[in-house]
Design a protein around this ligand. Structure first.
Ligand SMILES: Cc1ncc(COP(=O)(O)O)c(C=O)c1O
Length: 457
């Protein structure tokens, strides 16, 4: 069989009588010793990047040893099986009520929420609730419901384009520009009409980490309501920022303090500080989630409401989230996010001072920032080349184009998460300086064949 169809097993690990090659795309005929199977899988993923050096992802890559113990004790729990794991279900409820309180819901005990696989599922559910509420209101008024639209910035995360595609909603993208770098309420009346199911405001734009000014968006919608009667709710996509702002910018009004904010999502697995596989969505009050989206699941001989796209999914992450809430408390979360932000500000200041670059933002919202090459600095290299050079040192620092209206602008972004301390940051800066010096010394342009962004939001 040709080499491309087999996975080779080092004879050191294969016991006598065991195969030293296994078919890549077909299940083996017989069994194999667990040690051998372990070694094959273990070795195969050895070439994955080092998660701690991955400065592209927002997703948590480190938890402490007690979290690891709890994870190992609970990886068999199925979140949907509330009958079998009633206490995991109780803890799930506790967690979203804690979030409702953190996000200043007027009455956290009368909110409704759920855990999800991640922010993507949470956004889908929040979007569905907006659509269903709008449909009910339109039907009650005897008006058509066939052309719903959702208004958001052109810099939304891909999940919102998916939502619109999967659930037949027209996306209305407000283009960002040099003057309006985020959705800021400007010109909103040109996009919002009676068919608008809601406006998405992003707390921590994926491209740059900048907050969209939710309060200004809400004020623009208040004006629109006064002028046209259209009462358009806001969903805040706080995938990252909803677990940062409560601790670092507690005076910023972006949450349920604004009446127009109906729902908020976050990723437990981003700045919620939990391993991947966890998101949350909470509604300001239970009445904002249409009853007909909720299914009844039997639970302790009674019934519990269920709102989810998935059926079975891991329950362990929910327990890990509760562990972090207890372990860190508000002051612990503040300390962790603040130290990430200090590192982000330090990196941003240092990169901004390097001469070749111009900062897009400085990490003072979430601990994420982006920069671009100074116009006229060089024609010999670009940020994709810098990204490649850093990759040689193990760092993943993506470069990518901004969305449509600014697609000619390439930026590079660093996401600082728990685990990237000042020491690593200094090493990273040394490597950025060395790579930039190397590229600046080139006597001609880097070859561009096949140089395309390898990163997608
Ligand atoms: C603003 C925003 N929304 C949604 C998502 C999707 O989140 P998840 O990966 O948790 O599904 C992301 C991920 O980066 C994001 O940045």
């Amino acid at each position: 069989m040709s080499q491309e169809h087999v996975v080779a097993v080092n004879p050191i690990f294969a016991r006598p009588g065991e195969a030293v090659a296994v078919e890549r795309y077909r299940m083996p005929i017989g069994e194999m010793l667990p040690e051998t199977a372990f070694r094959i899988v273990h070795d195969e993923v050895m070439l994955d990047g080092n998660a701690r050096l991955n400065l592209a992802t927002f997703v948590g890559t480190w938890m402490d040893e007690y979290a690891a113990r709890l994870y190992a004790e609970s990886f068999d729990k199925n979140m949907v099986d509330k009958d079998e794991y009633p206490h995991t279900a109780i803890i799930e409820d506790r967690c979203w009520k804690i979030l409702a309180d953190l996000w200043n819901a007027p009455d956290p005990t009368h909110t409704i929420g759920t855990s999800t696989v991640g922010s993507s599922e949470a956004c889908m559910l929040a979007g569905l609730a907006l659509k269903r509420r709008w449909q009910h209101a339109r039907r009650a008024a005897g008006k058509p419901t066939d052309r719903p639209n959702l208004v958001m910035s052109s810099a939304v995360q891909v999940v919102w384009e998916k939502f619109c595609n999967y659930w037949d909603v027209t996306p209305r993208l407000v283009p960002i520009s040099e003057e309006h770098r985020t959705l800021d309420g400007h010109d909103l009346d040109a996009y919002v009409d009676e068919n608008t199911i809601g406006v998405v405001a992003i707390l921590g734009v994926t491209y740059t980490g900048a907050y969209e000014p939710v309060k200004r968006i809400a004020e623009a919608l208040d004006r629109i309501q006064r002028d046209t009667g259209a009462d358009v709710p806001i969903h805040v996509d706080g995938a990252s920022g909803a677990m940062v702002a409560p601790f670092l910018q507690s005076d910023l009004e972006w949450d349920f303090r604004l009446e127009r904010v109906h729902s908020i999502n976050t990723s437990g697995h981003k700045y919620g500080l939990v391993y991947p596989g966890l998101g949350w969505v909470v509604w300001r009050s239970a009445d904002l989630l249409p009853e007909d989206l909720i299914f009844k699941v039997s639970y302790l001989g009674g019934e519990t409401p269920s709102l989810a796209l998935n059926f079975s999914r891991p329950g362990a992450q929910v327990l890990l989230q509760y562990y972090q809430f207890l372990r860190l408390g508000r002051s612990g979360y503040r300390a962790v996010q603040k130290s990430s932000q200090d590192v982000a500000r330090y990196l941003a200041d240092s990169i901004g001072a390097m001469g070749a670059f111009e900062l897009w933002n400085d990490g003072s919202d979430i601990p994420v920032f982006a920069w671009r090459l100074k116009s006229g600095h060089t024609g010999n290299w670009n940020l994709y080349d810098l990204s490649d050079r850093l990759r040689m040192k193990g760092w993943q620092v993506p470069a990518y184009p901004m969305p449509d209206n600014l697609a000619d602008t390439t930026v590079q972004r660093i996401v600082v998460r728990d685990g990237l301390g000042m020491d690593l940051a200094r090493d990273l800066l040394d490597d950025i300086r060395a790579a930039t010096d190397f590229l600046d010394r080139l006597s001609g342009p880097m070859p561009t064949d096949g140089a395309v962004p390898g990163f997608h939001h």
